[in-house]
Design a protein around this ligand. Structure first.
Ligand code: NAD
Length: 284
């Protein structure tokens, strides 16, 4: 089976980036979100990303034009009826994902592979919402998608070998590096990253240093390219909280309990870059 057309569900932080890398690799993409405005905003973000590449002389205007012709935006999930692969990148919420996979299973052709970009939720559980568990897989891209090389490839309990090989090969065609990971809460990336981010938030809430101070320690002292609080803002504080809740609930260890300050900031709508304010303030 070859992938001629891809669907991306959810046009937010991750969805728009995933759509961009597929379109740049020559594969037509339909980008879907709950409203036509949100889906169109995803395409507008791609257009801006490509403008930055042109400014840096990494792309010419005619290439951008060709990439944009490969992208279409919609609010209508039914448009997934003609794709060979779907990558679901909707909000990190189990109920939303199970409902989407149930619906996609009914809409997509029988041969289509249904992949999820979930950061933490069980691939096995998501697959069980469909009648095609052997064609469901985790394809966990990193943020920002066009820049980051890693894709964690996660097999659910019933994911087939053929589907694994297809997704592994496709990831390499996108210029990314696939790493096989077993199905476990948070997989590898967030099992390790989120406790660090959570601890940074506890450190801030206990007034051990300022946000700038904490980030400076981790950048200058540990050689991290970005501090944990700036990274939390980039990921989205709502997404960080959702991932920590999955780790806490599924692994049952109190070390994963989300810091109360993180919860309070999410309640206040301070979600990081996507809302204009988190641990830092951003121009929206
Ligand atoms: P986001 O909040 O930026 O975007 C989520 C989008 O999903 C929104 O546009 C929302 O309208 C849309 N959405 C919600 N319900 C939907 C539905 N039923 N149908 C279609 N669209 C729907 O979130 P994000 O950061 O892009 O995260 C998306 C997924 O990617 C999550 O599973 C998250 O865990 C994962 N992820 C996030 C990061 C990160 O750094 N932000 C990294 C890797 C993976």
């Amino acid at each position: 089976m070859s992938v001629q057309r891809v669907g991306v569900v959810g046009a937010g932080t991750m969805g728009h980036g995933i759509a961009q890398v597929f379109a740049a690799a020559g594969i037509p993409v339909v980008l879907q979100d709950t409203t036509a405005e949100r889906a169109a905003a995803g395409i507008a973000r791609i257009s801006k990303n490509l403008d930055r590449l042109i400014e840096k002389e990494k792309m010419v205007a005619s290439e951008k034009a060709v990439i944009l012709t490969r992208l279409s935006a919609t609010h209508d999930l039914q448009q997934m009826e003609s794709v060979d692969l779907v990558i679901e990148a909707a909000s990190e919420n189990q109920a939303i994902k199970l409902e989407l996979f149930r619906a996609l299973d009914g809409i997509c052709p029988a041969h289509a592979v249904l992949a999820t970009n979930t950061s933490s939720i069980s691939i096995t559980k998501i697959a069980a919402a469909t009648q095609r568990a052997e064609r469901v897989i985790g394809m966990h891209f990193m943020n920002p998608v066009p820049v980051m090389k890693l894709v964690e490839i996660i097999r659910g309990m019933r994911t087939g070998d053929e589907v694994y090989r297809l997704v592994h090969g496709l990831t390499e065609k996108l210029g990314k590096v696939p790493v096989a990971v077993n199905d476990s809460p948070g997989f590898v990336a967030n099992r390790i990253l989120m406790p660090m981010i959570n601890e940074a938030i506890f450190t801030l809430s206990e007034n051990i240093a300022t946000a700038e101070g904490i980030d400076a320690v981790m950048m200058l002292g540990m050689n991290h390219p970005m501090g944990p609080l700036a990274l939390a803002d980039l990921i989205g504080l709502d997404t960080c909280l959702a991932i920590l809740e999955v780790l806490h609930e599924e692994l049952g260890d109190p070390k994963y309990r989300p810091c109360p300050l993180l919860r309070k900031m999410v309640d206040a709508g301070l979600l990081g870059r996507k809302s204009g304010r988190g641990f830092y303030t951003y121009k929206t």
